[in-house]
Each structure stands twice: as structure tokens, then as C-alpha cells.
Ligand binder design. Structure first.
Ligand SMILES: Nc1nc2c(ncn2[C@@H]2O[C@H](COP(=O)(O)OP(=O)(O)OP(=O)(O)O)[C@@H](O)[C@H]2O)c(=O)[nH]1
Ligand SMILES: [Mg+2]
Length: 490
């Protein structure tokens, strides 16, 4: 149980009592992450930790008090159980629901959300029509922007439970109160289930929700939109498409009015619109759009875009024949056809079939991946405890077999680069060794094998090679879904 608290002294004893009675048959621990600035909460929590061995309290110093969500992240990092449940410390989240959340996890869900917004649930304890309205609107906004948040009816709930192995390695950087939304967006492949609950009234103490939290929430949405490349796909697609269409339409209109031949104006407009789209796709937030999670997905994206442009042009040219007054109708119908085609290709089943047909997802063959990365050698170490594997001799110097062992122990992909010497003026044509190490984690959260790539060259591996190795292995199911999904959320 991870419980963030800030000035909740009046709730501690009752919380302890209710958790005890609700979790009778369960082996559980309570990790309280406390940011209190009153004089009474910390003594109350310490007393709970002394009398109850299940309780642990993390008291955060002033500098680390960066909000509710970061407290939850700290609690999750410290938790040791098979499942982690997050709940408020003011008893608005009834502990009696926790066994149902745990049962939902046992039944196969990765994430069980206690939801106020479903049959059997309610927000009786949320006082005031205005707060209800704000809460509802924020939920709709989050679900409108992120389809990932539609997997539960209550993506802004602060009461949920997840399998710890399923979220291990996720790079979370939430702001404000909404940690669940962060999980949903950063890990779109988690299996989510809802459990209804009645949001109770506060047992004691005061609310910390405020207008400032509302502003932080908007900032959090923006941060997820910008820094999670694969998040909010449909909205990003609409933005890029509309930008391209705007460039196309204004050029077509302007050039035709300046007396340029419509076909030439169309070509110019299309070229400029394609350039604008391409430029947008280079930006980090839009990068994933054309890739669909495939490391090599852009090839298909460009092919589809070209076919759609040709279709659009053909329709335009045919409709142009009857006379000039059909010009803009022709352009509109042409663009609509092109868009329809793009949308069809964008459907995951169609996309996957095409990708397979065009061999964009070949079987992962470690030699092929080594060639892609420009590595001299690429190999699997299946018994990663065995550091005597002779192939590890390939990584010489500072990059040692211990580093491979470390990356595997921490289950973290790593990039190692060494330099020949500490001399400030390096000779540029000297070869250095570098290595990429990517542990492959199976369903149970264990490392089943470690992929090692070695390069001895004047230009060592860079972080983009590491990213590419991770992407390729993930798209071939050789990596835990979480490591594959975790993005750098700045
Ligand atoms: N560690 C930590 N906990 C916090 C912080 N802000 C709020 N909390 C805790 O997070 C939980 C939820 O905060 P509440 O103030 O109850 O917010 P709320 O439930 O949205 O609002 P109410 O319905 O008015 O209670 C409570 O247990 C708070 O003590 C914080 O900055 N740090
Ligand atoms: Mg509350």
C-alpha cells in the first residue's frame, strides 16, 4: 500500500485500523510518503511505524516535496510487494475495496482502477457542484486528448492497484496529482480493469486540492503530449494533417489567383505541404506518428503517403477537366480521397498486414541487427550469470564483462564507450571500443537473455544506436513491454 500524506494526522489511526481489518488474509506492507509541514502528522506516523511492523514511513525533506504524484512514485520505488496499491491518506478511498483490486490483478489485469464513474461507483464525497463539474471536465479532457486514458472510466482516480513487475522500469515524471494518467499514457499496453467504488467524504483534515492543482494538471497534460512520443496519436495525426492541408490550400488558392496553371499550383502546393509534414515529423512529439512502433515503419509511411498523393492528384485532374470552376471542389475531393487512404493504412490491422507483406518486420536475427547498428559482433548471452562466455573477450579494455552483468542485474539497457587514454588531445583516427547491452526480460520479470553488440571503430556507438537496438528487440517481442514503452518523459 503506497499512501502519500500531507498533514493527515487525524486520519492515521483510523487508516491503520481499516487497513488491518480489510487486509486480514493478505501479506501487505504500508509505505507512507509524507510531506507534512505541521507538527503533529510526523509524530503520529512514526508512532504507527513503531507499533505496527507493517508500516514504513518515508519522510521527505523540504527539497524533495515536489507534489503528490512524485510522492507516489517514491512510494512505488520503495515498495516490495507483488502488487502495489496507491490510495489517499484521508479515507476517501475505502480500504475495504483493496481486496477487490487485488483479486482483479490476480485475475490477470496489470492495472486495476477503483472508479467513481461507473455503475456501482459514485463521487458522493466530492463536495460542491463546481468541484464535481471540474473533476468531470478534467476527465473528459484527458480522455479526449489521450485515447490511452479511455481504457478506464476514471483515469484521474488516485486509487488503483498494479502488478509491480508490469510497471517496473517505467520512466515516470508526473506533475501535480495525476499519477494514474501518467501510467496509462506511458504504458499503453497494460491490461486495465475497473472496480467501482464510492468516493467517501474526508475522514478528518483539510483538502489540498486547489486551483493551482488545476493549472498543474493542464501542464501535466501538455508534458505528456510533448514528451511521450507515442501518446495522443489521433490528435497528433489530426494536427499534422491539418497543418499540411492548410499549407496546400493556401498555396493552391494563391497561385491559381496569380494566374499559375492549376496542375502546377497543385504540384507546388503538394510539395510544400509534404515538406511541412516531413518537418513536423522530425519533431520529437510527432516522431512516432509514421512509425507505428516499428523501428523501420517510416518506409511504409512514405510509401503510403506517396500513393495517397498520387490518388489525390488523379482525382483532382479528372475533376478539373470540366472547367475551372470545379477547381477547388476537385482539390477538396482529391485531398479527401488521399486522407481516406491514409486513414485506412493507419488502422493497426491494415498497417500490420502491409508491414508484414513489405517485410518491414523481418524475424529478429541478431546478426542482421548487428549489421544495422554497425557492430562487428552481436550475440545473445542466455546464461547471463556465466561471465566466462569467451565471446565476452571481444569487449576489451574498460568495457568489461562486469558491465554486462550489471546491466542484466539492473534489467536496464546500457551503452558503454571507452577512450584509449585520458589525454585531452585525442588522436582522431584511433579506434575505441563501445558496447550496447540490452537485457531481454520475460513475462515473469526475469532476464532471459542479454543481447550484446560490440563495435571497435573510430566512431563509437551513440545513444541513438541504443534506442534503435531497444526498438528492434521490442518490436520482436524480445524485451519486456515496459522497457519498450518507457520513453524519456522530461
Ligand atoms: N506526500 C504528499 N501527499 C500529498 C500532497 N498533497 C496531497 N497529498 C495527499 O494526497 C492525498 C489526496 O489529497 P487531498 O487533499 O485529499 O486531495 P483530493 O482527495 O483530491 O481532495 P479532497 O476531495 O478535497 O480531499 C491525501 O492523502 C493528501 O494528504 C503532497 O504534496 N505530498
Ligand atoms: Mg482527499
Amino acid at each position: 500500500m503506497v499512501i502519500p500524506t500531507r498533514n493527515e494526522a487525524g486520519n492515521v489511526e483510523e487508516l491503520e485500523r481499516q487497513l488491518d481489518s480489510a487486509l486480514g488474509g493478505v501479506d501487505y506492507e504500508v509505505v507512507v510518503v509524507d510531506d507534512s509541514n505541521d507538527d503533529v502528522t510526523r509524530p503520529a506516523l512514526r508512532a504507527a511505524a513503531v507499533r505496527n511492523p507493517r508500516w514504513r514511513v518515508i519522510e521527505r525533506g523540504q527539497r524533495d516535496q515536489t507534489g503528490l504524484a512524485s510522492a507516489v512514485v517514491a512510494g512505488i520505488d520503495a515498495a516490495r510487494g507483488m502488487a502495489v496499491c496507491v490510495m489517499d491518506g484521508d479515507l476517501q478511498h475505502p480500504p475495504a475495496i483493496v481486496p477487490q483490486l487485488l483479486a482483479t490483478i490476480s485475475a490477470g489485469a496489470d492495472l486495476a482502477v477503483a472508479s467513481r464513474y461507473m455503475r456501482g461507483g459514485s463521487r458522493a464525497g466530492l463536495d460542491g457542484t463546481l468541484r464535481n463539474l471540474v473533476s468531470r471536465s478534467c476527465t473528459w479532457l484527458a480522455q479526449g486528448v489521450f485515447p490511452e486514458a479511455r481504457r478506464t472510466s476514471d483515469p484521474l482516480s488516485g486509487f488503483f492497484c498494479c502488478r509491480r513487475a508490469a510497471i517496473k522500469g517505467l520512466e515516470l515524471k508526473p506533475r501535480g496529482f495525476k499519477i494514474l494518467l501518467e501510467l496509462l499514457v506511458c504504458a499503453p499496453r497494460l491490461r486495465v480493469a475497473n472496480v467501482p467504488f464510492v468516493f467517501a467524504a474526508r475522514h478528518a483534515g483539510e483538502s489540498k486540492a486547489s486551483t493551482r492543482q488545476g493549472i498543474l494538471f493542464l501542464g501535466h497534460l501538455a508534458s505528456l503530449f510533448v514528451y511521450v512520443p507515442g501518446g495522443a496519436g489521433p490528435l497528433k495525426f489530426a494536427m499534422v494533417t491539418l497543418a499540411g492541408l492548410a499549407v496546400f490550400a493556401s498555396l493552391l488558392y494563391g497561385l491559381v489567383h496569380a494566374g499559375v496553371h492549376p496542375l502546377l499550383a497543385w504540384l507546388t502546393g503538394t510539395a510544400a505541404s509534404a515538406a511541412c509534414t516531413l518537418a513536423l515529423l522530425q519533431l520529437a512529439p510527432f516522431r512516432e506518428l509514421g512509425r507505428h512502433g516499428e523501428p523501420d515503419g517510416k518506409r511504409l509511411y512514405y510509401a503510403a503517403a506517396s500513393v495517397s498523393a498520387v490518388t489525390s492528384f488523379a482525382v483532382f485532374a479528372i475533376l478539373l477537366v470540366p472547367g475551372k470552376h470545379h477547381l477547388f471542389l476537385g482539390a477538396a475531393v482529391g485531398q479527401a480521397c488521399g486522407l481516406l487512404l491514409t486513414l485506412t493504412v493507419n488502422q493497426p490491422p491494415v498497417w500490420r498486414r502491409l508491414a508484414r507483406m513489405l517485410r518491414l518486420v523481418p524475424r529478429l536475427d541478431i546478426d542482421a541487427l548487428a549489421r544495422r547498428l554497425g557492430a562487428q559482433e552481436g550475440f545473445w548471452i542466455t546464461d547471463h550469470g556465466d561471465l566466462s562466455d569467451p565471446r565476452l573477450n571481444l569487449i576489451g579494455g574498460v568495457v568489461t564483462r562486469e558491465m554486462v552483468a550489471t546491466a542484466s542485474r539492473h534489467q536496464q539497457p546500457a551503452l558503454f564507450v571507452e577512450r584509449k587514454s585520458a589525454r585531452p588531445q585525442a588522436r582522431l583516427n584511433i579506434e575505441t571500443s563501445s558496447a550496447i547491452v540490452v537485457p531481454s526480460v520475460d513475462e515473469s520479470g526475469e532476464v532471459s537473455a542479454v543481447a550484446v553488440f560490440v563495435r571497435t571503430s573510430r566512431s563509437p556507438f551513440e545513444s541513438r544506436h541504443l534506442d534503435e537496438a531497444i526498438k528492434w528487440m521490442a518490436s520482436h517481442g524480445r524485451l519486456s513491454p515496459v522497457i519498450a514503452e518507457s520513453q524519456v518523459v522530461a
